[in-house]
Write a protein that binds this ligand. Structure first.
Ligand SMILES: [Ca+2]
Ligand SMILES: [Ca+2]
Length: 481
C-alpha cells in the first residue's frame, strides 16, 4: 500500500508506506497488528537498508487509519517474506521474521527487546512462517499437595503433628488455562460406601484447599487408634489422560502408624505355629483390612499396616486383606515354625465357650475346609472337634438328598469314617446308568456335600449309588420339573 495499486481500488493509506505485508491480527480493541516486510522501504521511506516493521494501526473509518505503534527491525532481521506480529496479553509485541535464520523477539511499547528466540533455519530448506505465543501446551496439568505431616514412609502413612488435626489438601492448576477438575475421593472406614465426587474450577496457577467448606466438609480426621486410608482421583475435564490417583494413609501417632511384623501362620503372634493358630482365623473370619505388598506364606517377618483390631493384622496369614480359609494354609505351610516374639500376643482361649459359640459357623466352615491327613490338619481337626463337639464318624453313610423332590438341583451328603476313594453314580428307574457324579475321587474323612444338577434329565425317579472299596449304599430321589 505504499504505492498506487494497479487496480486503482485502494484510495487511502499510502502514506503508511508499507511494502509487502504478512499476517494480520485483529486486537481486542479493534486495531490491526501486522508485519511490513519492507522490501521497498528504501524507496518509499528512504531507509538506509530494506527495513521490516512491526505495526499496529487503528482503522478510523472507510478512508482513514491512524498509526498506533511501529517498530523498525534492525538490518540483520530484515525478513523479505513471511513473519508476523502478535500483540501479547502483557501489551508487548512478539515479532517474527525470517531474518537471521528466523527470529522471534518480544518488544515492549518502548522498543526494548525483552526476549529473543532463534530458529536457526536456512533457506530454502527451512524458514519460519509465523509464530504465536500460547499459554502452554498442556491444559489441565495440576498438582495435589498432601497435608503437612510427618511421613513415616511406610505404606505412605502420614502422622498428624498438628494438635488440631487440621487437614489441608491443596489442588493447584499448574497449567496456563482455566481448567475444571473432577475430584473423586474416598475415605475408607469412614462409613462412606462409595467415592464422593465434585468439580472444581480453577484459573491458571490458582490453588484451592479441597478441605474448605464448599468441597469437603468436614474432612473426617479421626483419632480412634486406627489407620485411615484416603484415595483422591483428580481428572482434568477433557484431558482424561492426565487423571491421577493419590493414596495415602494417616495415623494419629507413631505407635498406630508403626509396621507390625507378621509371620504367616502364627496368627496369634505367640512365636510358634500350631493348631491354636486356627482360632484367630475363626474369630475374625471374613474381616477385611489392609493388604500387604505381596501375598505370601514365606516365613519372613513381613511388615504390615495395623488393622482396626490389631489382632486381625496377624490373622491374615497370606496378606491379601481378608481373613478366610486360605489363611489356614499358612498354618500348614509353616507348621511348627518359631520366631522371636515382638509386640503383643493375641491368644484366643479355646475354652471360652461364649466366644467359640459366637463364631461357631466360621469354625464349622474352617473344619470342613480342612482336608488331607498330615499332622497340621489332624491337629486342627481334633482341636475343632473337641471345641465344637463334632462327633467323629464311625460309619459310612449316604444321607437322603435335599431337597427331595427337587428341580433341578439337589445336594447329597456323604459321611466317611476315613478318607476314602468314592464313586457316586445315578441310575434311572429301569436301572440304566445315567451319569457319574464322582468317579474314583478321594473325599476326606467326615461329611462332604455333593451337588447334582439334573437340568439335562427328564422328570422321574432316580437312584443315587455311593461306592467305596469297603461300602456301598443307594438312595431314591425324585426329580419333578
Ligand atoms: Ca501361634
Ligand atoms: Ca488372607
Amino acid at each position: 500500500m505504499g504505492l498506487e495499486m494497479p487496480s486503482g481500488d485502494v484510495q487511502f493509506g499510502t502514506e503508511l508506506g508499507f511494502s509487502y505485508q504478512h499476517s494480520l491480527q485483529l486486537t481486542q480493541d479493534g486495531h490491526i497488528v501486522f508485519l511490513d516486510n519492507g522490501n521497498l522501504s528504501e524507496t518509499l521511506l528512504d531507509t538506509d537498508y530494506p527495513t521490516s516493521r512491526a505495526m499496529e494501526i487503528a482503522v478510523l473509518d472507510d478512508t482513514s487509519a491512524q498509526l498506533i505503534w511501529e517498530y523498525n527491525l534492525p538490518d540483520s532481521l530484515f525478513g523479505f517474506a513471511s513473519g508476523n506480529v502478535q500483540k501479547l496479553e502483557n501489551g508487548n509485541y512478539l515479532v517474527t521474521t525470517v531474518g537471521d535464520g528466523g527470529t522471534s523477539i518480544e518488544v515492549t511499547e518502548d522498543h526494548e527487546i525483552v526476549w529473543e528466540g532463534k530458529y536457526n533455519l536456512t533457506l530454502p530448506s527451512g524458514a519460519v512462517y509465523r509464530a504465536q505465543r500460547i499459554p502452554g501446551l498442556y491444559a489441565g496439568e495440576f498438582s495435589l499437595r498432601l497435608p503437612p505431616s510427618t511421613n513415616v514412609d511406610f505404606y505412605n502413612t502420614l502422622i498428624y503433628s498438628d494438635e488440631n488435626y487440621s487437614v489441608d489438601i491443596l489442588l493447584k492448576n499448574e497449567s496456563d488455562y482455566p481448567s475444571t477438575y473432577q475430584v473423586s475421593w474416598f475415605f475408607e472406614q469412614s462409613g462412606f460406601s462409595s467415592p464422593l465426587e465434585f468439580a472444581v474450577q480453577l484459573e491458571p496457577v490458582e490453588t484451592v484447599n479441597l478441605s474448605d467448606e464448599q468441597y469437603i466438609q468436614p474432612f473426617p480426621v479421626l483419632t480412634d487408634g486406627n489407620i485411615h486410608k484416603v484415595t483422591f482421583t483428580i481428572t482434568p475435564e477433557n484431558v482424561d489422560h492426565l487423571q491421577r490417583t493419590y493414596e495415602f494413609h494417616w495415623a494419629e501417632n507413631e505407635s498406630v502408624a508403626a509396621p507390625r511384623t507378621v509371620f504367616p501362620g502364627d496368627t496369634d503372634n505367640n512365636g510358634i505355629v500350631d493348631e491354636y493358630d486356627i482360632l484367630p482365623i475363626g474369630v475374625y473370619f471374613h474381616n477385611n483390612g489392609f493388604e500387604r505388598d505381596s501375598i505370601s506364606f514365606n516365613w519372613n517377618g513381613t511388615p504390615a499396616l495395623k488393622w482396626n483390631s490389631e489382632a486381625e493384622t496377624f490373622a491374615d496369614a497370606n496378606g491379601d486383606g481378608i481373613i478366610n480359609a486360605q489363611d489356614v494354609i499358612g498354618i500348614g505351610v509353616n507348621w511348627g515354625n518359631t520366631h522371636e516374639v515382638s509386640g503383643q500376643k493375641f491368644l484366643i482361649d479355646c475354652m471360652d465357650l461364649d466366644l467359640i459359640n459366637k463364631h461357631k459357623n466360621a469354625y464349622l466352615e474352617l473344619y470342613h475346609s480342612l482336608s488331607g491327613s498330615n499332622e497340621s490338619v489332624m491337629a486342627m481337626k481334633s482341636l475343632l472337634e473337641n471345641m465344637l463337639n463334632i462327633p467323629q464318624p464311625t460309619e459310612f453313610s449316604l444321607i437322603q438328598n435335599y431337597p427331595n423332590p427337587f428341580n433341578a438341583e439337589t445336594m447329597i451328603a456323604i459321611i466317611l469314617p476315613m478318607e476314602s476313594i468314592i464313586t457316586m453314580s445315578i441310575f434311572d428307574l429301569y436301572g440304566r446308568h445315567v451319569t457319574d457324579i464322582l468317579k474314583n475321587e478321594y473325599l476326606p474323612e467326615g461329611e462332604s456335600i455333593i451337588q447334582w444338577n439334573a437340568a439335562a434329565h427328564p422328570s422321574g425317579i432316580y437312584f443315587c449309588k455311593m461306592e467305596t472299596p469297603q461300602y456301598q449304599q443307594t438312595q431314591k430321589m425324585i426329580l419333578l420339573k
